[in-house]
Design a protein around this ligand. Structure first.
Ligand SMILES: [Zn+2]
Length: 351
C-alpha cells in the first residue's frame, strides 16, 4: 500500500494556504481559481446537497454523534452537521488554513456552532479504536495514492456498528488514452469548453489542475477492484458506481451486469455507505473524550488526551498539543516538525 508522500502533504498545505489568501483574505494569487464570492456560491450548493443526504441518513439512524469528517477543508459540511442536523463532531484536515477559514464561512452562511477542528494526518487519526459512530468524507480519498490505508484507519476508529459514508470519489475509466494534458478541473476553465471538447477530453486527456503543480495528488484512476478491496471488511455495503449522469451500478454484487460494464468502461463517481460489523455504538460521548496521543501512538499505545487551557495534554508522555485559532494540532513529533515547523517549535512535544 502506497502512502501519501511528505511532498504531497506539504503541497496540500501550501496550495490551500494560497487558496485561503485568495478566497478569504481577498488577495489575487491564482487567476484561474475561484475568488471568495465564487467559492462561497459553490460551497452553498455543496451544503444544500449535504443537508439533503445527511437528513436522509439521520432518518435511518446512520448519522449519530460524534461524527468525524475526513478532509473537511473549509468545514462547510461539518457546519451543516453541527447547525442544521444538530449533530456534534470533528472536522479533520491536514490544512490548517482551510480549517481556519471555517470561522469566515460560519459568518458567510450564518451559522452559530463550529465543529471541533483537528489538523492531523488521515493516516493516523487521533481517535480511540472503535469510538466513532459515523465517519464521512467527500472528494477526499482520491488525494491519496491508494485509498486503502485511509479506509483501514477509518475502519479502526469506527465503533462496531458504526457507519462510513463515502461520497464523490472518482473511479478509473478503462476506455482511456492519455494523448495530451487536459484542461484544469475545479477551476474556471472547464465551463468554457464546448460539448465536443468535453467528450474529447474525457477520452484522451489527463486531468490537470493547479493542485497538481504543488504536488497534491489527484488520483482519478483508482480501479474499481481497489475500491472493492478497500471496502471489503465492512458489512451491509451499499456502494454505487455512477457513470455518466443516470447510469448507476452496485459496486458489490451488481444486479445489472450491463450497467456495471458500462461503469467499468466509462468511469465515474463512487458513493455509498458501509457498516462496520458489531453493535456497540457509544452514547453521550464527546469527541474530546476519545482523543488519543499521536506521539504515544507511534509506540502502539492509545493514551488519552486531556484538554487544558493552553492546549491538549497527554497524560502518559506529557506532550502538549497546541490549539491555534481554535484548531488542535495532533501530529506525531516527526510529522509535526516536517509539516508545521514554526508551530512545532513553540509547542512542547516529546520526541
Ligand atoms: Zn503521549
Amino acid at each position: 500500500m502506497e502512502q501519501q508522500s511528505a511532498r504531497a502533504q506539504k503541497g496540500e498545505i501550501e496550495f490551500r494556504r494560497k487558496l485561503f489568501n485568495q478566497q478569504v483574505e481577498g488577495e489575487s494569487v491564482f487567476e484561474d481559481e475561484f475568488d471568495g464570492k465564487e467559492i462561497s456560491k459553490i460551497l452553498g450548493e455543496r451544503m444544500k446537497k449535504t443537508l439533503e443526504q445527511m437528513t436522509l441518513l439521520k432518518g435511518k439512524n446512520i448519522v449519530r454523534p460524534p461524527f468525524v469528517e475526513i478532509g473537511a477543508e473549509r468545514c462547510q459540511r461539518s457546519l451543516v452537521m453541527e447547525n442544521d442536523l444538530d449533530t456534534a463532531g470533528a472536522a479533520v484536515d491536514i490544512s490548517y488554513d482551510m480549517l481556519k477559514s471555517c470561522d469566515y464561512y460560519k459568518g458567510v452562511f450564518n451559522k452559530n456552532k463550529v465543529p471541533f477542528r483537528i489538523c492531523c494526518d488521515a493516516n493516523k487519526l487521533p481517535f480511540m479504536t472503535g469510538s466513532i459512530p459515523f465517519v464521512f468524507c467527500y472528494q477526499t480519498l482520491h488525494h491519496f495514492p491508494d485509498p486503502t490505508p485511509i479506509v483501514k484507519e477509518i475502519y479502526r476508529v469506527l465503533s462496531p456498528g458504526g457507519y462510513f459514508a463515502v461520497n464523490e470519489e472518482p473511479f478509473k475509466k478503462v476506455l482511456y488514452v492519455n494523448l495530451y494534458k487536459g484542461k484544469k478541473i475545479y477551476s474556471k476553465e472547464p465551463a468554457k469548453t464546448s460539448k465536443v471538447g468535453n467528450i474529447f477530453n474525457f477520452f484522451f486527456s489527463k486531468t490537470n489542475c493547479n493542485e497538481v503543480k504543488y504536488g497534491v495528488i489527484e488520483n482519478e484512476r483508482i480501479p474499481i477492484g481497489v475500491w472493492r478491496q478497500a471496502l471489503s471488511g465492512f458489512e451491509d455495503k451499499q456502494v454505487f458506481l455512477r457513470a455518466i449522469k443516470n447510469i448507476k451500478s452496485e459496486l458489490f454484487n451488481p444486479t445489472n451486469y450491463l450497467k456495471f460494464l458500462f461503469a467499468y468502461l466509462f468511469g465515474g463517481e463512487i458513493h455509498g455507505i458501509c457498516r462496520k460489523p458489531g453493535n456497540s455504538i457509544p452514547k453521550d460521548i464527546s469527541i474530546k473524550d476519545i482523543l488519543i496521543c499521536p506521539v504515544c501512538r507511534e509506540t502502539g499505545q492509545e493514551s488519552k488526551l486531556i484538554q487544558k487551557e493552553r492546549g491538549i495534554l497527554c497524560s502518559v508522555c506529557a506532550s502538549e498539543f497546541p490549539i491555534v485559532d481554535g484548531i488542535v494540532f495532533l501530529f506525531s513529533s516527526g510529522k509535526f516538525q516536517e509539516l508545521y515547523p514554526e508551530i512545532f517549535n513553540n509547542a512542547n512535544i516529546k520526541k
